[in-house]
Structures are given as C-alpha cells and as structure tokens.
Design a protein around this ligand. Structure first.
Ligand SMILES: Cc1ncc(COP(=O)(O)O)c(C=O)c1O
Length: 299
C-alpha cells in the first residue's frame, strides 16, 4: 500500500508558528529540534463534513506527550484549535481532510542535544491535506523483527516523532510485499502494526493488546468504547501471534485508515469460522460516529 501524490494539494497553505505559508515555502529551521533529534510530538486528525473528529482527545494526547517530554511554553488548546481552524479556513477545507499536527521542542541556539539550548519556545505546525481514508479495504501484514518500544526504553504512550523503529518495520513489510509490519513487544506478544493498532476477533469476542507497548490510539479507544456500549465482549490482554493467525477476523485501527480488515499475516490467511462478520458490525457503528460527532468548524 503506497499513498499517491494528490495534485489537489499542490497549493495548500501550511501553518507554522502563527503564519500561513505556501506549500513550497513551508519550512522549519535546520536548528529545529525535530530536525536535530526527532524531538517533537504529533497528532493525525480527520475532518468529516465540517467537523474535526475527536479533537479534544487528540489535543489531550498532544498535551500529555509534550508534558511527558518536558516541553516548555506549550501553546494551550485554544491557541492550537485556532491554528487548526485558521489553516482549514485558508484552504477552504471542510471534508475529506487529514491534518498532521506537529509540536516540536523548537529552535536551538546551536546544534546539541540539551533542551536548554531551546530558547525560542516550541514550533507549532498544522499541515492539512486533502486525503480521504488511505487504507485499501483489506491489507496483509508480516511480522517485523523490530520490537515496539515499551516503557523500559521509550514509553509508547508518548506520541513522538522518533519513528525509526516503526519505519524499519514498514521497510521490512515493503520488502515482503505486505502492507504493514506487525510489531511484537519485548516478550514476543503482539503490540501493534507500524502505524496502526491491531485487534482480533475469536468466537464473537474482540481482543486487543494491552497498552504497554502500543500507542493508545484514539480509534482503538473508540472501538473499545463501541464494543462496551453495544454488548460486544472485548478484552485487552497479551496476545500471541498464533492467536492472531487463528482468529476469525483481524483488523487494524487508525485515524489515517479507520478500521481495515487484515486478510493475512505472515502468509497465514485469516479464516472466519463464523457465518457473521462482527467486524462489519463494529465498522458500521464506527461510521455512525464519524457521520455525526466532532468539533464543528466555525466557518
Ligand atoms: C504507532 C501508531 N499506532 C497507532 C496509531 C493509530 O492511532 P490513532 O487511532 O490515534 O490515529 C498511530 C497513529 O498515529 C501510530 O502512529
């Protein structure tokens, strides 16, 4: 699965620290922390029919990530929300849009790792692009040799830009002609795929890995909430690869691609031994949410 360039994004305007720039001029300093050390936090958000889906949840995770990394002078949620609104308005965007929201530790006075060199406050970037959900209806996974971070190394609850582990997993998937790399935790249990959370369904019960080594994805959280509200059994637990290989249904979740069926893992076809698809039901309940929930745009 390879995203294609969309010419509709030729002339988008990008927000960087209070100003809107044409795509070609939207740049950060070579002294910025994100260039020097991947020292930034980010969120991916979606706009559906004039509403920013789960804006509060994304801002909460962004603020928590920035706080955990001891960023200073972080803009508050009102400032960030206005930056998003201004960017969407400047681009006349109300639907079919993906926003990459990035907050870096900011510019440094000279190259170096020490955050005390960051003396200008964080850099806030709002990059909104025309982008309907990017995943195809079904995808294949391979297990990556790269383990997902856990709190022993770098806490997966921080949504940071230090994405090399996940990029290496994606490279392995590319070489194997698979759509994404399934990453295990330090004990060999399934953590998540390189850019999405994973679920499996066995005998009409839904399972997903505990949050120890995966990003607590917002879409993942919504699926858990949907199951609980609709009397669908759901459990977070340690799950082995075999439990995924032999599941009735497997799916991934993420803002970029919503809920996506997995057809095979490491060449094992996922075979549904039930007549019904519980995934189809959960997917339906999820799209009901995207059709009505979210922060309305003020323009
Ligand atoms: C590693 C990883 N896992 C899962 C997700 C899905 O999270 P969400 O549902 O909040 O988009 C993302 C999205 O950024 C991610 O980077």
């Amino acid at each position: 699965m390879l995203q294609q360039y969309n010419t509709a994004n030729d002339h988008i305007k990008v927000f960087i620290n209070g100003q809107l720039y044409n795509r070609a001029d939207a740049k950060v300093s070579v002294f910025d922390s994100v260039v020097q050390g991947g020292d930034a936090v980010w969120e991916g958000l979606r706009v559906y029919d004039g509403r920013i889906f789960c804006l509060d949840k994304h801002l909460e995770r962004l603020q928590n990530s920035a706080h955990a990394l001891a960023f200073q002078d972080v803009p508050d949620n009102d400032v960030i929300t206005k930056a998003i609104f201004d960017t969407l308005k400047a681009n006349d965007m109300r639907d079919g849009v993906h926003i990459r929201l990035t907050l870096t530790r900011g510019r440094k006075i000279t190259s170096g790792m020490d955050p005390r060199l960051n003396q200008f406050g964080p850099t806030l970037i709002v990059l909104a692009e025309w982008k309907p959900p990017v995943y195809p209806p079904a995808i294949s996974l391979i297990t990556s040799s790269v383990r997902r971070n856990n709190p022993m190394f770098l806490d997966s609850k921080i949504h940071h830009n230090n994405l090399l582990n996940n990029i290496l997993a994606k490279i392995e998937a590319n070489h194997a002609n698979a759509d994404a790399g399934l990453m295990l935790d330090k004990d060999g249990f399934v953590a998540e795929a390189n850019g999405v959370n994973v679920f499996c369904i066995r005998k009409q019960k839904v399972y997903t890995p505990r949050e120890t080594s995966c990003l607590p994805g917002i879409t993942r959280g919504l699926v858990i909430e949907i199951c609980r509200k609709n009397q669908i059994e759901i459990q977070e637990k340690d799950l082995s690869l075999s439990e995924f290989y032999t599941a009735d249904e497997v799916f991934t979740t993420g803002t970029m691609g919503e809920l996506t069926r997995v057809t095979s893992i490491d060449g094992r076809t996922i075979v549904n031994k039930n007549m019904d698809s519980l995934l189809a039901k959960i997917n339906q309940l999820f799209s009901e949410k995207t059709k009505k929930e979210g922060q309305s745009l003020p323009f």
